[in-house]
Design a binder for this molecule. Sequence first.
Ligand SMILES: Nc1ncnc2c1ncn2[C@@H]1O[C@H](COP(=O)(O)OP(=O)(O)O)[C@@H](O)[C@H]1O
Ligand SMILES: CC(=O)N[C@@H](CCC(=O)OP(=O)(O)O)C(=O)O
Length: 267
Amino acid sequence: MNFLVIKCGGSVIEKLPDSFYENIVDIQKSGKWLPVIVHGGGPLISSLLDKLNIETTFHNGLRVTTQEVLDVVEFVLNGSANKKIVRHLFKAGGKALGMSGADGNLLKAAPIEGNGDLGLVGKVVDVDTELIIQLIEQGYIPVISPISLDEQGQNYNINADTAASAIAQALKANLCFISDIPGIWIEEDGKKTVLNKITQREVAEMVADKKIVGGMVPKVEAAIDSLLEDVPEVVILNGFDDKSLLDYANNGKAGTKIILDEEVTHV
Ligand SMILES: Nc1ncnc2c1ncn2[C@@H]1O[C@H](COP(=O)(O)OP(=O)(O)O)[C@@H](O)[C@H]1O
Ligand SMILES: CC(=O)N[C@@H](CCC(=O)OP(=O)(O)O)C(=O)O
């Protein structure tokens, strides 16, 4: 089965055109790919925290998460962000089922190592692929928020790129990150050039040189982790170009393709 994990960034959820969701439904109906959506909601969370006068900070692109912050994260991700996508897919003629990693114990979480400063930030340690496959077989497009529980029932804030990577690894799915940029860029003399591919080594150099920063850091780390665990392909696509997802699904055309160093000789 050709699974396609489509990670919708919070940077674009509010702005994706109807055609984006129609394309997902078309991709599913074509049978070429079985779509699974994983979503974030970073800017929506920050804006609600701001309205509630709760201070929020990030460390290497990850939100420092107290229990008070987590309540808001969960409210936004499992609520408005998840249901917005379900609603759009319904309007596009699809059958979407929204759930968090906690529902049906879909994702099992654990705190990330050395996370003292980050608080309740977790990682995914297990994915119930059977549940995802059963939903797909019943014609659903799963829409997954990354909030998940550990063995004790403690909830965790999990970066959506990291969760999407874990799900892609478990399904051996191709992974598309839909974000608010046309791909990874390099900036020289004030001019930005989008890279059509980037290697693991180049990613590491750009992160070390602070040429990849903020939310792009967990994204590229998730991309490399995925490829190292036999995910066939990871790409970054532009959420504002309504053809980018369809172009990728049909022709493999991507904004930026991330590749392992050993693949360089084969490209
Ligand atoms: N080298 C880079 N190329 C492209 N975008 C970058 C780069 N470094 C940092 N970014 C930032 O990463 C952001 C995307 O990550 P993020 O805000 O987490 O988006 P999302 O909500 O889609 O996951 C872009 O808006 C951009 O500002
Ligand atoms: C730990 C951590 O940083 N969690 C993220 C979860 C949402 C997310 O990842 O949203 P984007 O995809 O829009 O970045 C957060 O609290 O913002």
